[in-house]
Ligand binder design. Sequence first.
Ligand code: ADP
Ligand code: MG
Length: 289
Amino acid sequence: SIPLGYFAGLGAASRRGVLVKGAEYLDRLASLSGLAFDKTGTLTKGVFEVRRVRVSEGFSEDGVIRMAAEAEAMSSHPIARAILSYAEGGGISPGSREEQERTEHRGMGITLKEQDRSIAVGNGRLMEDLGIQVPQDGLGGTVVYVALDGRYAGVLEIDDEVKPGTWDHIQDLKRAGVSRMTMVTGDREEPAVRMARDLGITGVRHSLLPEDKVSVLEGFMQEDRGTSGFIGDGINDAPVLARADVGIAMGGLGSDAAIEAADVVLMSDSLGALGDGIRIGRQTRRIIL
Ligand code: ADP
Ligand code: MG
């Protein structure tokens, strides 16, 4: 049976916006020693903005943006939303044709087949899989390549901002006893490493496919030997949330699947609440033992 004090602890946590789905998870929060972070939507706002567009010879900027927007038209990925709003801001409306076949490649991008042409929009891995050569030098931030009929057409450089307060929240988690931290992301090396360094997160695993994240977390858990958590917004993260000793989901931005798979949900969508959750877990233990 669950000691009565745990109910008080769960209640206190929920008043701080930390929903803990059971006494054992409050206990695991109290001993959390390692934490793996998803990047997009967890450390960052999850709201991308197009900063720069570069085109290959023979292509216009508007043409490249229109192709990207057409491919992304049905996607709810934060990158798709950024491209669509950028196109809209430039007065570019993606034409909708009758015969279209879109495929979303999770953690890579989108391909669109039309009667007379094919468009691919996504990262370097997608282009590599499709055998399309793309430039790699001098690109900043997260990059989205656009290709037409198997040929590189242009690239969009996009950026996502770190949520305000994230640096402080990470310091707070370290003080609360989380001594090992790592970032796991599908994004490429350069923006991932830079962001982790700026935030004081010492480990980085980048360029991961959604299905890679589970085995990366398992490796992290083995090294940790303590209690390991994973925190994510749930876009493609549900299996990792379920695998962690404590799966922590962002409640606001987070998907229903994430909230379902998680053991702890941060209603405020802010990492700041997690430190409170850990401290409440500790106090609860002290009262009970
Ligand atoms: P994260 O691990 O940062 O949460 P995802 O697994 O959702 O990111 O995506 C990883 C990478 O895959 C993105 O950084 C991007 O390069 C690419 N990608 C995913 N979905 C799309 C899309 N709809 N359009 C373009 N690129 C995409
Ligand atoms: Mg994500």
